[in-house]
Design a protein around this ligand. Structure first.
Ligand code: SF4
Length: 243
């Protein structure tokens, strides 16, 4: 495995985030297929609603093969509480059908859930990320969520908070898109920092570095920020910030 030496700036940012928000620890459940379906369900809804939809789905159908083969209307009915039920039901079944075709091609015996786990375990993190993205409707963030949360792989999901705060903090360039950021982070962040950095940048984006009016006056990362002064912050005298 390549050893990544973080820059001094990234190290400072990482340590300040840990000091401020603590050091979170991942608890991967080694269930990437459950994670993938859960992530599809979580699109455009709250965690509570998508969690309910997921629980109802796995209570109604004892395995993913039955979810794949059931009438789409029955899947939509089970996941109704997660919103966009008809679209998500179709998408889930498309993914499961496509995965079954892949499984057959790979001549892998056994349940789909084990197929995906074993397939991803044979791949390097970046390959695994590319592989998941070959499934219909699975974008860079969804693929990264599955790898990081469910398998503890060093692939950072770049959501709106991670994207905004990492640009402001100068971890990535101003013009770098969220999709490009996934690739850059894989090159600059030591693997063991990926999960804590992701979680803490989200805390930072939600609590202090808001999209519209970042609270720069109480920001513990003020000294590391390259963006301060170019936004419309709360609680800081702008003439002070420019100095
Ligand atoms: S100083 Fe302001 S813009 Fe910079 S990271 Fe902190 S809150 Fe965000």
């Amino acid at each position: 495995m390549t050893i990544i030496q973080p820059t001094l700036h990234l190290k400072e940012v990482y340590e300040l985030l840990i000091e401020t928000y603590g050091e979170p620890h991942n608890q991967p459940d080694m269930d990437p297929l459950g994670g993938l379906i859960g992530t599809i369900l979580s699109q455009h809804t709250s965690d509570i609603n998508s969690g309910r939809a997921y629980q109802k789905l796995i209570k109604t159908f004892p395995d993913w093969e039955r979810v794949r083969d059931a009438p789409t209307g029955e899947i939509a009915e089970a996941i109704r509480s997660g919103g966009l039920a008809n679209i998500k039901a179709r998408r889930i079944q498309e993914v499961l059908h496509e995965m079954s075709a892949q499984q057959e091609k790979d001549q892998h015996p056994g349940p789909l859930t084990r197929y995906l786990l074993e397939k991803l375990q044979t791949l390097q993190p970046e390959q695994a990320w590319q592989y998941l993205r070959t499934y219909p409707g699975v974008g860079p963030k969804t693929a990264a969520c599955v790898l990081m949360f469910n398998l503890d792989q060093p692939v950072i999901p770049v959501d709106t908070h991670v994207h905004r705060t990492s640009k402001r903090l100068g971890l990535i360039g101003e013009k770098v898109s969220a999709d490009q950021a996934h690739v850059i982070f894989a090159k600059i962040v030591p693997p063991e920092w990926v999960y804590p950095l992701h979680v803490n940048l989200i805390h930072h984006g939600r609590q202090i570095c808001h999209a519209q009016r970042p609270d720069c006056g109480r920001c513990p990362l003020y000294g590391e920020c390259v963006y301060v002064g170019s936004v419309n912050p709360q609680g800081v005298n702008s003439s002070v910030m420019r100095n």
